[in-house]
Design a binder for this molecule. Sequence first.
Ligand SMILES: Cc1ncc(COP(=O)(O)O)c(C=O)c1O
Length: 408
Amino acid sequence: MSIAAPPLDRNVVMRDGLRADFPGVGDWHYLDTAATAQKPQAVIDATVRAMGADYATVHRGVYQRSADMTLAFEAARRRVARFIHADENEIVFVRGATEAINLVANTWGQANIAAGDRILLSVLEHHSNIVPWQMLAERTGAVIDVCPLTGDGRIDLDAAAKILTPAHKLVALAHVSNVMGSVLDVPRAAALAHGVGAKLLIDGCQAAPRMALDMAALGADFYTFSAHKLYGPTGIGVLWARADILAAMPPWQGGGAMIDRVSFAGTTYAPPPQRFEAGTPAIVEVIGLAAAIDYVEAIGMETIAHHEAELVRQCRAELSAMNSVRLLGPEDSAGIVSFTVEGVHPHDVGTILDEGGVAVRAGHHCAQPLMDHLGLPATVRASFGIYNDGGDIAALVRGLDRVRRIFG
Ligand SMILES: Cc1ncc(COP(=O)(O)O)c(C=O)c1O
């Protein structure tokens, strides 16, 4: 039997009917927002309009529709800039966080990291914030160091302070762990990195949908997130980098739109951000991302953070009352609760939960080094979004009771 957690604070539960904004949610207990968020109708409508009645190319057309679409596209860039309190020229549209990190590794990394230089990552990084750096290290002869975690699953910045040396050129860390929801103290990480002359890249994939972001206050040099986790479309994401860093970065992919002048004698490149946006961009997706930002900001990022904190508190209280459940990560995780059930493989837990209409992620969460560290092949992860409420947690608890009955 589980002990009922205190009811959700009504003041932080989303406005009535919010769930109805999401045609993909309905009665489903969708607890996999950390993988990808469901889309509100406002985002769907914006993308349908952009792909239908408003559709045209950007930056090139001499006709009115294209000029209008170009204005909307660049307004979306300003919208993203406002969302993270940055300058519009610091916003590079990419396919997603994975592409952003590869872009930085292949441009800034290739130009600034040499044999013997060091890169500091952490145990809990997503593969997309590990593999591009391994590939860069293989090409350049750089060395990767791994920052350990605290007992409750945070990146241990005291340990980072001891590891860092002037040989470190880059520190690349997750703002919020996609497995345990642990939140990084980014200003402190920035101070540590800058203290040895290194740059700081922050993987903000799980932070952007869950908290207000201010690039100046965070103090990182690069920040990235994917739109699809922020209630926007797939295939679009953001790389933010400080203007002076972007200006000094060589281009990565060559093609249309990123040039100043092309001739067979040689090519000159456009200034940032266009220098990093070769080819026809993801026009429809960019419009959808701006609509998603409008949607979450109408609710308020502080409200969303508060709502998810409340859901995490309630979920952890319910699950910790179940003897067979082992909770991972810190108490104050952001929107994400990972756990295991004694004697039951996470995939079996996920399958039984699915039979009860509860969708969780079960697996290594693209964080195999973290699984190795935890000594687990996989975990079950319940991750919350703005459409979740206490009913979803109750369904999760009912499903886990069923797991226990089936597996004895
Ligand atoms: C922390 C973190 N970093 C990076 C990524 C990669 O994002 P994408 O697959 O959208 O490029 C994810 C996605 O799961 C993530 O959770």
